[in-house]
Write a protein that binds this ligand. Structure first.
Ligand code: C5P
Length: 232
């Protein structure tokens, strides 16, 4: 099932404390951004990559793409102040390039280099059939809702899933969800939330626990350990 992937890569990496975009940090010798892009570069079903970047990082990223043989980039729009703004820039670039309404598009955090080809495939197929599908894993921990340091409630753990990216959609559905959120001033933490607000059901595809987002230094250490294990 063919798809286009949209990668927001225009964050600042503040929580990583690296003093620059965390996506430039090396993970076992290769920048995080390159590791994530390589997964899609190597997937024959991926027909194009739209990458949202910070304008001041555009030249450095172009060089990085050339150095590492990443050739599938079809557009590099400017990202925005929030992740959602960066994703919307990708969606608009997709439409401007003539992307079809019924095409499958996938949004994936550039900071998650460990995604599995099996999950990508299942997401694309499910999104084509049902319109929306997200990668998630069952929660291993008990989750509490907390306010001002006091537990408010405990959802039944068997119903709690931890959501990741990729999140895959029929292109027209994602575009409608993004524009509605913008016009209503709604800021979500993932694309699924925006599609849920349209009342459209979102399917869940079981992903893997190693599809970590490189957010803090601890994630980098775990990421290096995962790569060492893969190379053994
Ligand atoms: O900061 P966080 O790890 O949640 O960001 C997830 C992804 O969204 C990262 O790949 C980051 O580069 C991207 N992002 C973006 N534009 C922003 C903020 C984050 O493209 N304004």
């Amino acid at each position: 099932m063919e798809y286009t992937v949209m990668l927001p890569a225009a964050g600042s990496g503040r929580r990583m404390g690296a003093g620059e975009n965390k996506l430039f940090l090396p993970l076992a010798g290769k920048p995080i951004l390159v590791r994530t892009l390589s997964v899609f570069q190597q997937d024959p079903d991926c027909t194009g990559i739209i990458l949202a970047v910070r304008p001041d990082e555009r030249d450095r990223i172009r060089e990085m793409l050339a150095d590492h043989g990443i050739t599938k980039i079809t557009a590099m729009p400017d990202g925005g102040g929030e992740r959602q703004d960066s994703v919307r820039a990708c969606v608009r670039a997709f439409i401007a390039a003539g992307g079809g309404d019924e095409a499958v598009v996938m949004v994936h955090d550039a900071a998650r280099p460990f995604l599995s080809p099996r999950v990508i495939r299942e997401l694309a197929e499910t999104a084509q059939e049902h319109g929306a599908a997200i990668a998630a894993v069952p929660s291993k921990d008990t989750v509490k809702q907390v306010a001002a340091g006091v537990v408010q409630s405990t959802p039944d753990r068997s119903t709690v899933w931890l959501v990741q990216t990729p999140q895959a959609f029929r292109a027209d559905l994602l575009a409608e969800a993004e524009e509605k959120a913008l016009s209503e001033g709604f800021l979500g933490t993932d694309e699924s939330m925006l599609v849920e607000r349209l009342g459209h059901p979102v399917r869940v595809v079981e992903s893997t626990y190693d599809n970590l987002k490189m957010t803090t230094k601890v994630d980098l250490a775990i990421g290096e350990a995962l790569l060492e294990r893969q190379e053994e």
